[in-house]
Design a protein around this ligand. Structure first.
Ligand code: NAP
Length: 284
């Protein structure tokens, strides 16, 4: 039976560390680190995520504001707001909550974010620094996955096969680069992959970031695999389920993240950590 990679417990530890760093920053610079979040429209899931981020930031001693804009906001208005936040020296981190309403060009908005304030790690500059293995602000969800491995003592990946299912910058591509940096041999699977079960069968680490409920079956996994389930899917009855069949996978894996309570809480903790890192770097 797999051990649980407990994102609630590990994220609490990360948040406590962030709180201490935020307090030290505040006494050194006479102001707390500041995170500004931009939320456009009424997407219910985004509203919940933003509320969680707001609450977690306040608890960690990070100041901030949520800019709530109507769904019909224009590209120019949104980009102008990002420009204002870039120019304000008291703001350390800017996060544009995705997805944006369909009429808006999310990439163009992200391209406007000052890389030194890019706490979501999604600007081209941040992506380039990650790819090149240079210091920079990393995307929060993949960083959160890597921190789970580190805290559980599972981060020695030399000689291991890692399979990442999904190729978004937000998760799949970014964690593939992070796993590579830890010397794993990495395969990236996606919707055109011919035989996902066969790819899973040779993976010591499986990261599922797809958005398809219980796509990955327990019977596909190698005995003793480490499973990081990034997926968050809402069933008709309102409950949440990951991209991995948790029951089946638990019988074969050595470690597994639950959904909820696995990767999700880590994402928020790493956003707070990125905000403090950005603040410290900006103040030199
Ligand atoms: P995304 O941009 O929609 O990417 C999904 C990826 O899955 C794509 O690369 C797609 O392949 C691939 N895919 C789709 N169907 C597949 C299949 N049948 N077999 C193999 N690959 C398949 O999604 P995302 O933003 O990366 O998010 C993925 C999941 O993680 C979602 O459930 C999301 O809610 C969740 N998420 C969770 C957190 C958290 O904090 N826990 C944070 C972010 C995202 P193609 O590229 O070929 O289309």
């Amino acid at each position: 039976m797999a051990s649980i990679l407990d994102g609630k417990a590990i994220s609490a530890k990360v948040r406590a560390e962030v709180q201490a760093r935020a307090a030290a920053f505040t006494s050194a610079h006479g102001r707390p680190p500041a995170l500004h979040v931009v939320l456009v429209g009424d997407d219910p899931a985004s509203k919940v995520y933003v509320a969680s981020k707001e609450k977690a930031a306040a608890k960690a001693g990070i100041a901030g504001k949520v800019h709530r804009l109507p769904a019909e906001t224009t590209q120019d208005t949104l980009e102008a707001l990002v420009g204002e936040l870039n120019a304000d020296p008291s703001i350390d981190g800017i996060l544009v909550q995705l997805p944006l309403p369909k009429h808006l060009d999310a990439q163009a908005v992200l391209d406007r974010v000052d890389p030194s304030k890019d706490v979501d790690g999604l600007t081209p500059m941040s992506a380039g620094l990650l790819l090149d293995g240079r210091p920079g602000l990393r995307p929060c969800t993949p960083s959160g996955c890597m921190r789970l491995l580190l805290e559980a003592g599972l981060d020695d990946l030399s000689g291991k096969h890692a399979l990442v299912i999904g190729r978004s910058l937000l998760v799949g591509k970014s964690i593939a680069v992070m796993l590579l940096a830890k010397n794993a041999t990495v395969t990236i699977a996606h919707s055109r992959t011919a035989d996902l079960a066969a790819e899973c069968a040779r993976a010591d680490v499986v990261v599922a970031a797809v958005g398809r409920p219980e796509l990955v079956k327990g019977s596909w996994l190698k005995e003793g695999a480490i499973v990081l389930d990034v997926g968050i899917n809402r069933r008709d009855d309102g409950t949440l389920v990951g991209d991995v069949d948790f029951e089946g996978a638990s019988a074969r894996a050595s470690w597994i993240t639950p959904v909820p309570g696995g990767v999700g809480p880590m994402t928020i903790a790493l956003l707070l950590e990125n905000t403090v890192i950005a603040a410290e770097r900006r103040e030199g």
